[in-house]
Write a protein that binds this ligand. Sequence first.
Ligand SMILES: *Cc1c(COP(=O)(O)O)cnc(C)c1O
Length: 375
Amino acid sequence: MRPLKMVDLELERRFLGPRLDAAISEVLAHTQFIRGPEVHKFAQELGNYLGGTKVIPCANGTDALQLALMALDLKPGDGVIVPAFTYVATAEVAALLHLKVRWVDVSLDHFNLLPEELEKAWSPEIKAIIPVHLFGQAAPMQEILEFARIKGVSVIEDTAQALGADYIFPSGERRKLGTLGEIGCTSFFPSKNLSCYGDGGAVFTASEAQAARIARIANHGQDTLYEFAEVGVNSRLDSLQAAILRLKLPYLDEFNARRRAAAELYDGYFHDIPALQIPYRAPWSTHIFHQYTLRVLDGRRDALKAYLAERGIPAMVYYPKPLHLQPAYYNSAYPEGSFPNAERLAKEVISLPIHPFLSEDQIYYIAEGVREFFK
Ligand SMILES: *Cc1c(COP(=O)(O)O)cnc(C)c1O
């Protein structure tokens, strides 16, 4: 059996084969490494895939979030609501822009922001809410969007872990995650579901004017050549990365389906272990399993991780400490105990390897390791 990895990019590279080398060679031949034709074409293709949204490529997912906040003209001291249980980038950009981060607790089932907790975090300085679609499944967007509409604030979706997943409305209507809020953000970091071979990211908006503004901010605030209308940043997706992403985009749905199939196999092995909570499937979302994340309910999460490591089975804890308890973000208004679900998940979650090239043998081997531990 092939050695196990959380994500196996080598197998993906073999799958893409000579087409990958051809796509890269084309960029090497025209040498337009920055603002080459691939970047624009990729933005168009991803926009079509998402149902006709405008896509502004940028340097990484963290920048995408920063560009979104800058485009909303938030001022120092304005507040943004962020889930307490997520990757740090979401909160980091808000802090960098001197915005006040206001945490909200998350669900023990779907791990995403709990809409019923929003009112608790509310204060008049709040100007935006950033729900994160964690591990590949949508936050309860309808309730979040409704809360934002009533309060008159913007919603920025952090879609870094859920690109390609659908939101399912009660009517049955489906929309791609990242296109429900005012602005959507994503990352093409190598481990994400749609990934490049370096850093990359993108911002989504339905508004032509907002797209132009975001593109301007991402290009030093430049209006026309050497006319700088506002303070911006340098945040670009380069042509090589765009060429790789163009090649991979047509496989996104297939790759996500393969992840889902792997998750279903895992579920079958784990559903009868009382100490494990298998991933919840929210009725309002498809799940693209950026991570396959279990809750270990008997307090032995770290022991399980060590046991698996001895058998050559990698596992990761996303995330071992909620953001409100991180030294960089600590605020005495939110001591330990403030967000009990986030704090509990940090002690209970474990993510197993999942990617489109995980074989049934590998899944069986991993599952047997887990089952042995709980015997
Ligand atoms: C990966 C990730 C980001 C940041 O993306 P980078 O491209 O690494 O900057 C932001 N938010 C979430 C939820 C992520 O998983």
